[in-house]
Design a protein around this ligand. Structure first.
Ligand SMILES: [Zn+2]
Length: 391
């Protein structure tokens, strides 16, 4: 059992946070002279928020740890895939070393759980997976890392990738990845047959990168929803990006959201700057879980990104036009509880029985924390302080 004194909750109550077996066991309003655990830590009236959850990263792609590299690739998805593969030989730091730098940075920003897509392709085969697994082991107990076997260069169209994905899932990857069944593989049925087949074989969830826009993307989303329903995988399937939801007409959007909600398919946005923003409020109103993720953090795809999910929440609010305190709280939800739900973490947040994962920051309210992105004074995982500028 451990206590954290003088914590300020989002509802304004000043409490002692009690923790047992790594879970919140109480939020008691402090009484003068009340007995606390001998190892209790004083949070000094900082605002306590749920720990951040990054629902989409690529630890094997980041350039963090290397000197600054100018962005070189062309604008299309295919150009970026090629530029990234061609540039791998120039990187002087191993995948594992770069992944460790990024995990350390994410942790310092208050992320204690994340989902990582790892490239599985004909060149790198399972090498990135084994190196990211080593980095994950080094952060055991500080950040929980889910691994997605991700066919970045295509699944049906890239030789041997289906078998490599199968092996990756046997070796410890937990989620089946996918990418633009039509736009990259040119084979909607073949791609989705392969993904859902691997998920069934390994008892795994699914997370598909879907950049295909407009009605082509909406068709793919509705096919994914239908297959999710048919396979009983509701609650374990996510579509990342889903640009189609911001580039179709209203009627198609409504029909697509209805299918996604019924099937239990979640949506992830990385809040990209150069395409229309997803209609987050409308997606939530339709009953679809929508969350945020960093996606690319200083890599061949983008020079932007810093693995700070509080900043990503600010970007959600900024691009969605959320200005009220309620809107800013929704933005934070995309980086905490909704993200935890989308990637299947179970209970998350400041409630009894949830994992005692939280951050403490110098801010008056949730809204101010999202707008200002203050330094994380304390980052706590399972009741233990694991990072923070005041730790
Ligand atoms: Zn991605």
């Amino acid at each position: 059992m451990s206590d954290f004194l003088n914590a300020r909750l989002p509802d304004g109550r000043r409490v002692t946070i009690q923790i047992e077996n790594g879970q919140f066991s109480g939020f008691s309003e402090a009484l003068p002279g009340s007995v606390t655990a001998p190892d209790a830590r004083d949070l000094g009236d900082l605002l306590v928020l749920p720990a951040l959850v990054d629902s989409h990263v690529h630890l094997d792609k980041t350039f963090l740890g290397l000197p600054w590299r100018p962005h070189r690739s062309g604008p299309s998805v295919k150009e970026r895939i090629t530029a990234e593969r061609d540039g791998r030989a120039d990187l002087d730091l191993s995948v594992e070393a770069r992944a460790r730098v990024m995990l350390d940075q994410a942790l310092s920003h208050g992320t204690t759980a994340l989902r990582c897509h790892v490239d599985i392709d004909p060149d790198s085969k399972l090498d990135h997976l084994s190196q990211v697994m080593d980095a994950r082991d080094a952060f055991s107990g500080r950040i929980d890392v889910q691994l997605v076997a991700f066919p970045q260069s295509g699944l049906c169209s890239a030789p041997g990738v289906h078998d490599l994905m199968d092996a990756a899932l046997s070796d410890g990857a937990e989620i089946v990845g996918g990418i633009d069944p039509i736009g990259i593989d040119g084979d909607l049925d073949g791609h989705l047959d392969a993904i859902f087949g691997l998920a069934e074989k390994h008892g795994a969830g699914i997370d598909i990168h879907l950049h295909d826009p407009g009605h082509r993307g909406a068709l793919e989303l509705r096919d994914i929803a239908a297959r999710t329903l048919a396979s009983g995988l509701g609650g374990r399937v996510m579509v990342s990006h889903a640009f189609a939801l911001s580039t179709v007409d209203d009627q198609t959007l409504d029909l697509t959201l209805t299918d996604l909600a019924e099937a239990g398919v979640a949506i992830m946005t990385a809040v990209p700057g150069a395409v229309p923003m997803l209609p987050v409020a409308r997606i939530r109103e339709a009953g679809v879980v929508v969350c945020a993720g960093s996606d690319n953090v200083r890599d061949a795809w983008s020079p932007f990104g810093n693995a700070d999910m509080l900043e990503r929440a600010m970007l959600v609010a900024y691009r969605c036009g959320f200005r009220t305190d309620e809107g800013l709280a929704i933005a934070l939800d995309l980086a905490t509880e909704a993200a935890a739900q989308a990637i299947g973490l179970g209970m998350w947040g400041l409630e009894i029985g949830a994992p005692a994962d939280f951050i403490a920051v110098d801010a008056e309210t949730v809204a101010e924390a999202v707008v200002n992105r203050p330094p994380r004074g304390y980052v706590v995982k399972g009741g233990l302080v694991v990072a923070g500028t005041l730790a």
